[in-house]
Design a protein around this ligand. Structure first.
Ligand SMILES: [Zn+2]
Ligand SMILES: [Zn+2]
Length: 375
């Protein structure tokens, strides 16, 4: 979508234009680009629509004031109205917070919301696994850093024996009212940072934050079959909540490293394996490497062509939380020998002399086609 044009620009008026000027400008332009005067002109139709939209906003002092402040991003304008409800309970959305208190006149404003219980942040950790660890499962242990409640002040931020005081600037509301020109607006109180409380004697351990950084170890069993992008959630092991809110979660996202031999798609494992041209021609029992580092014998039939795929049942990856196992898709690459000695070359010349032409299906049908076309 193209960027939306500025409403003042559309109407061709100055930002300080009076309501009268706007009305006049709209009338003049509406006459010029009215669709009735430009039948079948899509451009004129679009311009007329744009013009009406600009007029609708700028001719209404309240809408105009919001447009001056927020531009096209006004959450009250158009479809945006519904969008900003999502996730509101967690607060701390900065600018959006201001809009919220403005819409609701501060009656249920953010002051209470700021002091309301807030869930702690989630922590996301990426955990690297080898191909085999993911395929067969493993025990994993890793360290991570998180904020925790300070032991000395139990999260209040005040020196033991003292209490945080109610902020006198905002009277504990965390918000102050300011004149925003067109209307009264609320802002976060700069004295207390929105908490509604001021700490006179700060806790010596955390310096008043009520938090401390802690290094933690997490150990758990990774189930067999996990793949890149799978994750495990540890409820409540994230950052601590505020004002008695619940802790966030610790989320461990798996990242499976590639393997030198095998490739994986879900529970299917892919393996490319070179075989000799005599094995391909005569058929052979070949040793196919398997996931656990072992091997399994597999019979390649005679006359196997290059790039033929074979399915080895149950040699793939275990399904997550199930006993089933995927398959292995084996692709054979027929290798033509290089650096043959004279004896070997002689044997191949004897072989070539003994062929009748029927041995090579592809060559035979190609020769038949040539005959058809040119004879
Ligand atoms: Zn403390
Ligand atoms: Zn305050």
């Amino acid at each position: 979508m193209a960027a939306k044009r500025d409403y003042y620009e559309i109407l061709g008026v100055d930002k300080n234009a009076s309501q009268d000027d706007i009305k006049k400008a709209y009338r003049k332009m509406a006459k010029e680009c009215h669709p009735d005067l430009h039948p079948n002109d899509k451009n004129a139709e679009a311009r007329f629509k744009e013009l009406n939209e600009a007029n609708e906003v700028l001719s209404d002092p309240e809408k105009r004031a919001r447009y001056d402040r927020f531009g096209h991003d006004d959450p009250m304008g158009g479809a945006g109205g519904a969008g900003f409800q999502g996730g509101f309970d967690f607060g701390g959305f900065g600018g959006v917070d201001d809009i919220f208190s403005q819409l609701f006149g501060g009656s249920m404003g953010s002051a209470q919301r700021r002091n309301a219980p807030m869930r702690g942040n989630d922590i996301q950790i990426e955990l690297n696994l080898t191909f085999e660890e993911a395929a067969f499962g493993c025990k994993k242990s890793f360290e991570f850093t998180r904020n925790e409640i300070c032991d000395t002040c139990h999260g209040s931020g005040a020196k033991p024996g003292t209490q945080p005081k109610t902020c006198s600037t905002c009277k504990g509301m965390g918000r102050v009212r300011v004149n925003g020109g067109f209307m009264m607006m609320e802002r976060t109180c700069s004295v207390c940072g929105g908490t509604g409380k001021v700490i006179a004697d700060k806790c010596p351990t955390c310096g008043g934050s009520g938090r401390k950084k802690a290094r933690r170890t997490c150990s758990f069993d990774v189930p067999a079959g996990v793949d890149t992008g799978n994750y495990r959630t540890f409820r409540g092991d994230g950052e601590p909540g505020r004002n008695g809110g619940p802790n966030g979660d610790l989320q461990v996202v798996f990242n499976v490293k590639p393997h030198k031999l095998f490739r994986r798609d879900g529970t299917t494992v892919y393996l490319e394996m070179p075989i000799s041209f005599t094995q391909a021609a005569l058929g052979a029992d070949i040793d196919v490497p398997t996931l656990g580092g072992g091997k399994t014998s597999y019979h390649i039939p005679e006359g196997t062509q290059n790039d033929t795929q074979f399915r080895l049942r149950g040699e793939g990856i275990q399904q997550l939380r199930s006993s089933g196992r995927g398959d292995m898709i084996l692709t054979v690459r027929v290798e033509i020998p290089k650096r043959l000695n004279e004896k070997q070359k002689d044997l191949l010349r004897q072989f070539e002399a003994a062929t009748t032409g029927k041995e090579y299906e592809g060559r035979k049908s190609f020769a038949d086609k040539i005959k058809e076309i040119f004879n």
